[in-house]
Design a protein around this ligand. Structure first.
Ligand code: AMP
Ligand code: ZN
Length: 482
């Protein structure tokens, strides 16, 4: 039996799916106006381990994730500047190009982190009609009002508003921290459809019954989740920052429209923090997977690092901690390589012929992951397994590879794990150089030539020269330069 901590009840609950051994999951996806930062990636890794755990437990999982390629405002309130528009303006490209570029970058990062691609990936811009249809339903039920050309959700017409975040109704009205918008009846009312943009000439506009405009941010998740998973489904996830506004508003829209319970289990991942700074896309202080690779780390070192903390605990990122994770992952690969060498002919023992001791190990592992995704405990269990004297090498190998279906560390049990040692000082640092070149190409593509030049200088300081050819960049030691 799987148990999850449900944010709705603030309790650990037995997971009872709507249909036996089937599970629908919706996860809020990336906002594609910039690279995902490693905090975002932590959340996607957590969601990936949730999916893998369900699949390991025998569930058939339908995983739906949106891609926000329109109308995400600079904070969760309905004010500020559209981030995609701003990013496009700054880089001199169209919003459509920019969204496509960062969507591809996101899935590249996810692939390198061994995050399984959701069965359904849906772009907001492909679902405008579904959003309009949902807003119409809300209008028919008297839950919206028009003010200064925009369509607002009226929270006073939806009494359960704020239940997920345990917002107190009085504080909702009086203690509002957000700027009071004169056009709203209640400070927490939010826009479903904009026709009066705060920006000049927004480039993404669609016709609607309320005029030409674009959707508010929250409506896409309600519309797309219900389209692909039905009006009531099993699990919805995201980071904890989404509890008070985004997910609260998603519930209001969905349950307001259908009159039915929408999501049964809400799982929220805690934040990744930097030691001395808040990681934020809008302030530009964030680390990406490219930064991690540029320091010579493998993306899976970061995945391993994330697995060492429970998803509901904050995790502080440091390069030292990442180096420890790299070492641990390397040791793991080596141990598996040794097991393979010790059991060469037999190889991994098939699970159905496990000894009682091996079965006992597997059950304990199931208990670790089944109790609200206890990945740190499961990882400790894996290390315990490798030290266990009572199991044969073949069984250990089989169990470790079986557990890796959940960890997603891509453990292959090759005798030579094949990982190149970090280059010694003075040697060309190929992976690092290639990562820097990749980062520079991305910066150039995004029109950030200052950043691209900075990387060129950084390479030169490392004794590396580069030459741009159509479609690729060559590099060579400066000493070889003609
Ligand atoms: P965004 O692209 O900003 O919508 O964020 C994508 C996902 O990352 C959401 O589920 C956020 O809740 C989550 N998130 C944002 N910042 C962090 C962070 N520092 N640590 C972990 N998750 C985060
Ligand atoms: Zn969402």
């Amino acid at each position: 039996m799987l148990q999850f901590y449900n944010t709705l009840s603030r309790k650990l609950e037995d997971f009872i799916p709507l249909e036996p051994l089937r599970c629908g999951i919706y996860t809020c996806g990336p906002t594609v106006y910039n690279y995902a930062h490693i905090g975002n990636l932590r959340t996607y890794i957590f969601e990936d381990t949730l999916r893998r755990t369900l699949e390991y437990a025998g569930f058939s999982v339908r995983h739906v994730m949106n891609v926000t390629d329109v109308g995400h405002l600079s904070d969760d309130a309905d004010s500020g500047e559209d981030k995609i528009e701003r990013s496009a303006r700054e880089s001199g490209r169209t919003v459509w190009d920019l969204a496509r570029f960062y969507t591809e970058a996101f899935f590249r990062d996810a692939g390198e982190l061994n995050i399984l691609t959701p069965g359904v990936v849906c772009r907001a811009t492909d679902h405008i009609d579904d959003m309009i249809a949902l807003i119409k339903r809300l209008e028919e039920r008297g839950l919206v009002y028009l003010s200064e050309g925009n369509v607002y959700f009226d929270i006073s017409r939806f009494p359960p508003y704020g239940r997920l975040a345990r917002l107190v109704p009085d504080s909702l009205r009086s203690g509002a921290r957000i700027a009071v918008d004169q056009h709203k009846k209640n400070p927490q009312d939010f826009v479903l459809w904009f026709t009066k943009s705060k920006f000049e000439n927004p480039s993404m506009l669609w016709d609607s019954p309320w005029g030409r405009g674009y959707p508010g941010w929250h409506i896409e998740c309600s519309a797309m989740s219900m389209k692909y998973l039905g009006e009531t489904f099993d699990i919805h996830c995201g980071g904890v920052d989404h509890i008070p506004i985004h997910h609260t508003n998603e519930i209001a829209q969905s349950e307001g429209a259908t009159g039915k319970p929408w999501v049964r289990y809400w799982l929220h991942g805690e934040f990744l923090l930097l030691k001395n700074a808040k990681m934020s896309k809008s302030s530009g202080t964030f680390l990406t997977l490219a930064d991690i690779k540029a320091r010579g780390f493998h993306p899976l070192d970061y995945r391993y690092f994330c697995l060492t903390a429970h998803y509901r605990s904050q995790l502080i990122f440091s390069w030292e901690a990442l180096a420890a994770a790299r070492q641990a992952r390397k040791n793991l690969e080596q141990r598996l390589g040794q097991l393979k060498a010790q059991a060469p002919e037999a190889g991994a023992v098939p699970p159905d012929s496990f000894s009682p001791a091996a079965q006992d190990f597997r059950e304990k592992f199931c208990r670790d992951i089944g109790r609200d995704l206890g990945l740190p405990q499961a990882l400790a269990r894996l290390w315990g397994l490798l030290k266990e004297a009572s199991l044969s090498p073949g069984e250990k190998l089989a169990l470790a590879l079986d557990m890796d279906r959940v960890f997603g560390l891509n453990l292959k049990a090759e005798e030579d794990p094949g990982e190149k040692p970090l280059p010694a000082a003075g040697e060309p640092e190929a992976p690092l150089i290639e990562a820097l070149i990749e980062k520079r190409a991305a910066a150039r593509k995004a029109g950030d030539f200052a950043a691209a030049d900075q990387i060129r200088r950084e390479l030169l300081e490392r004794g590396i020269m580069i030459r741009d050819l159509p479609g690729k960049t060559l590099w060579f030691p400066a000493s070889d330069a003609p």
